[in-house]
Design a protein around this ligand. Structure first.
Ligand SMILES: C[S@@+](CC[C@H](N)C(=O)[O-])C[C@H]1O[C@@H](n2cnc3c(N)ncnc32)[C@H](O)[C@@H]1O
Length: 261
């Protein structure tokens, strides 16, 4: 079941315009007919992946300390981390290997990883424990709603979107996260001068990322087109899999216009 199906159909939400011809005849309703509410992005399917015993134990023992419950209200990050530091949000960390490596390498920055896949949350909790990582917290929820409701405008120091689901088939492209309305939301949550870093191993999605981010007027590209891989981004699990399949990798790094402070 798609988790979005659990949501009330008319709740206010970030929406997208379906770019493909709709199969639903109501979409071709006569002029003057009531418009259908636009649909949210269904960017994920909850997989029923097996949970290891260590992941399960981590969820029980560590979630109360490191998982921030989803709430429809702005999160106080200083209270959540016990200090005031730049906050970087990562969307869809998967099993969290890269997330933990980055948080280890950058102890002066606080990281919030957002993921819906529960075994991945358990796996990252294990990494937090092993590395005694004080600068990493998790929200297990749809990133769109987290950004809409828990993150105040103009606050994030950065956003990482590493190897988001590529939704290869044309009829599924509308499920990709990186599309204009979501990027507008992302950009609104960045502080002036903060960055948005996306990476993918699927060239058509890389082209979409570049086009969509270039069209967002509050962002500007740090490179002529694709960026060199920034040093802080380690190899991710999905990237490794893509490389073994012979895929290329594209990084796209934009910053929000305006100066810091
Ligand atoms: C292809 S995986 C990449 C994982 C990781 N970044 C890597 O490179 O190994 C994409 C991940 O994004 C998560 N995801 C997709 N849409 C999401 C959303 N709206 N909110 C939170 N997580 C999402 C999926 O559950 C999945 O684990």
């Amino acid at each position: 079941m798609l988790p979005r199906d659990m949501f009330p159909p008319n709740r206010p939400h970030l929406t997208m315009t379906d770019p493909e011809p709709a199969a639903d005849p109501a979409a071709d309703a006569a002029p003057g007919a009531a418009a259908r509410p636009p649909r949210p992005i269904r960017s994920y399917v909850l997989r029923t992946g097996r949970m290891g015993s260590g992941q399960r134990r981590a969820l029980t023992d560590l979630a109360p300390r490191f998982v921030l419950p989803y709430q429809p209200a702005v999160l106080g990050t200083a209270a959540a981390f016990g200090r005031a530091a730049p906050v970087v949000l990562e969307i869809g960390f998967g099993m969290g290997d890269a997330t933990a490596q980055i948080a280890t390498a950058l102890p002066g920055t606080d990281f919030i990883g957002v993921e819906v896949h529960e075994p991945g949350v358990g796996a990252l909790l294990q990494r937090i424990d092993e590395g005694a990582l004080a600068n990493l917290r998790i929200v297990q929820h749809d990133a769109v709603e987290v950004l809409e409701n828990m993150v105040a405008p103009d606050t994030l120091a950065g956003v990482h979107v590493f190897f988001p689901d590529p939704w290869h088939k044309t009829k599924h492209n509308k499920r990709r996260l990186i599309q204009p309305e979501f990027v507008r939301l992302l950009a609104s949550r960045l502080a002036p001068g903060a960055y948005l870093h996306c990476a993918t191993d699927w060239q058509p999605y890389a082209e979409q990322m570049l086009a969509v981010l270039s069209a967002e007027p509050t962002l500007h590209n740090t490179a002529q087109a694709y960026a060199p891989k920034p040093d802080y981004r380690p190899l991710t699990k999905f990237e490794d899999r893509g490389l073994k399949l012979g895929h290329g990798v594209w990084d796209v790094v934009f910053v929000k216009r305006g100066s810091i402070g």
